[in-house]
Design a protein. Structure first.
Length: 620
């Protein structure tokens, strides 16, 4: 593969996960390109030493190996410090350390199967922590350690290796999907946040590659490329400063269509359901059988969306997307479909959760509200009980504490006659913040005193609310619903799940993790009778904004109606309004990359120097 090899001449690079697979291939290819120094970081000390000794025979004085556990921040910081001491410069950091994780989300309904790698174990809290520590926090620590020296020298580039699963969810890999989606969103948020400081950020998928992640040659999917091919494709994208570097044609198609609605969404349901069925039989493949004829799919609509997917002009993509959205009929919720529905809503005492509760009560549903704000909860339950006697109650619950979630779901089930037809998770928290404590951040903080750089405690808190709280609710509710052989879960997300904004890296990462987690579960549980979907809620007048920009926010009532209408249609992602759909359809499309970079970098500058706390990019 031909690419601009001179771009890498004389550069000092650090690569994690560098002793094998794609990481090692990247090291070797960079040395061929004329890199001045490369530090190889890896957890496998024995293999690292073998590779260093081999490379030193060909490139004496150009390579250094550092044994490091990237899940430990102090170890990562020390490794970066040692690397700079070795090469006296840090031009390029590639965070390649990571692993694929396969497991069931719950034991139900069919139990575990030790002979099937996708169903041999259940994803417990310890394995969730391991997945995020390695696939997400390891890269976050690398970014945090590398930024100060790069900013001090006025330039640098950080590349985070993700996976196509960051936007193409697979059943029985909810951990892998969530962690890689979080890393992708983090990277793209930081890209616009640090562009003006001379730092480039790129997210890169390696494509389907024959590495040890597949645990044996017999498990390597058909059509997989060799690590060197993946490395060359990644380096080509790095040299061009691609926003999202896509490692093979499958990832390109995935990025173009991942969040498309309507008929394309139904086709994607068929695709990922087919993968789920194969994995249930222990088959790892990315080859598809012919799709079944689905009479629900509007062929004309599919062709319209396919034309948008295949368009190679950014202006035409926007025009065609807007034309598609304009042609869609307005949501028409049928109230009769929710009569008698036994419903649990988290975050139900305020915001969109409260609006959904009131709407459902008005059409005859039986609703339990769960919330951590006991004052609001008592007040709203009292008010709603006067309007809808004997159909509403409230339970105090801190969703960050799993024991409280388990008790809350059990009590809610008891209160609504032993059934749970509908669970709606609405809780999230968002704030503007800096990723790293830099001189510019401290200067901006004087103008925006409410902004700060997040530490690990902050990240843990935001993940506990935006991601783990919903995970715990799903884990508690799914055994009930699978036993019933019916039920529905709606996980509310923010548009930052795909519209990864500057100074909102934590919101982007946690919401992206939640979106891909939700979609992975959708296919894992599809054939149990449980429907699972994600829904956007747009910017609306809720307490998340503390009244700062309420004058530009929309009433949530129409959004609530759109959410419930989309749930009835079992849409994979329910877009509450046109602007959300537009953003989702173009967010990862490679043809739109330059336009998105321009707009989001402009937004970053506006947020630095003006009190612009929202996104005004729809008209551009």
């Amino acid at each position: 593969m031909e690419y601009e090899r001179t771009y890498f001449q004389g550069k000092g690079a650090v690569i994690t996960g560098a002793a094998s697979g794609i990481g090692l291939a990247l090291c070797e290819e960079l040395l061929i390109c004329g890199a001045a120094f490369i530090t190889l970081i890896d957890y496998d000390a024995q293999n690292l030493n073998i590779q260093i000794q081999r490379l030193k025979k060909m490139y004496p004085d150009k390579v250094k190996g550092i044994h490091c556990d990237v899940t430990q921040e102090s170890a990562v910081q020390n490794a970066i410090t040692q690397s700079i001491a070795f090469c006296d410069q840090l031009d390029l950091l590639i965070n390649c350390a990571g692993a694929g994780f396969s497991s069931k989300f719950t034991v139900e309904p069919e139990g575990l199967n030790p002979d099937n790698p996708f169903m041999a174990k259940v994803a417990d809290n310890a394995s969730w922590k391991s997945a995020f520590d390695l696939n997400f926090y390891g890269a976050l620590y690398g970014c945090r350690a590398a930024l100060p020296p790069m900013i001090a020298q006025g330039q640098g580039q950080i590349v985070n290796i993700i996976s196509g699963i960051a936007f193409s969810p697979m059943a029985y890999q909810s951990q892998y999907a969530a962690t890689k989606a979080a890393l992708c969103a983090l990277t793209l948020s930081l890209r616009s946040e640090y562009q003006s400081e001379g730092i480039r950020f790129n997210a890169a998928t390696p494509g389907t590659t024959a590495t040890s992640i597949f645990k044996g040659a017999e498990n390597i999917p058909d059509g997989a490329q060799m690590p060197r091919q993946s490395a060359q494709r990644i380096l080509e994208g790095i040299s061009r400063n691609d926003r999202l570097i896509l490692g093979d044609d499958g990832d390109i198609d995935g990025a173009k269509q991942c969040f498309m609605p309507g008929a394309m969404g139904k086709i994607l349901d068929q695709v990922f359901l087919q993968y789920a069925r194969k994995r249930r039989r222990g088959i790892l493949t990315f080859l598809l059988d012919p799709l079944e004829n689905n009479p629900e799919i509007d062929v004309a609509e599919f062709e319209q969306l396919q034309e948008i997917r295949n368009e190679d002009d950014a202006h035409q993509i926007i025009e065609k997307t807007q034309a598609y959205i304009s042609s869609k009929q307005a949501s028409q919720m049928n109230p009769a479909d929710y009569v008698g529905k036994h419903t649990l809503i988290t975050g139900g005492a305020s915001g969109i959760g409260l609006i959904l509760a009131e709407l459902l009560l008005s059409v005859g549903a039986i609703v339990v509200l769960a919330d951590h704000n006991s004052k609001n909860l008592i007040c709203e339950v009292k008010r709603l009980s006067a309007l809808y006697p004997h159909t509403v109650s409230g339970i105090f619950c801190d969703l960050a504490v799993e024991a409280q979630v388990d008790a809350m779901v059990a009590e809610a089930q008891d209160r609504i006659n032993g059934r749970l037809d509908l669970l709606i998770n609405t809780v999230d928290v968002g704030q503007l913040h800096f990723f790293s404590d830099t001189p510019r951040a401290r200067a901006i903080q004087k103008k925006h005193p409410g902004m700060k750089a997040l530490d690990n405690t902050d990240w843990e808190r935001i993940f506990s609310i935006n991601f783990y709280g919903t995970l715990y609710c799903c884990r508690a509710a799914l055994p009930i619903m699978t036993a019933q052989k019916t039920g529905q879960i709606i996980n509310m997300i923010s548009n930052t799940a795909f519209w990864n904004l500057p100074f909102q890296s934590s919101d982007s990462a946690t919401e992206a993790a939640l979106l891909l987690f939700t979609l992975a579960l959708r296919y894992e549980y599809w054939e149990t009778g449980v429907k699972i979907c994600a829904a956007t809620s747009e910017m609306m007048e809720t307490s998340i904004y503390d009244g700062k920009i309420s004058e530009i926010l929309k009433s949530p009532i129409e959004i609530a109606k759109a959410v419930l209408d989309g749930a009835l249609k079992n849409e994979r992602i329910i877009y509450a309004n046109d602007s959300e759909m537009l953003k989702a359809m173009v967010a990862y499309h490679p043809v739109m990359a330059s336009s998105l970079d321009e707009q989001l970098t402009h937004l970053a500058e506006m947020r630095r120097y003006h009190d612009l706390l929202y996104d005004e990019l729809d008209s551009k």
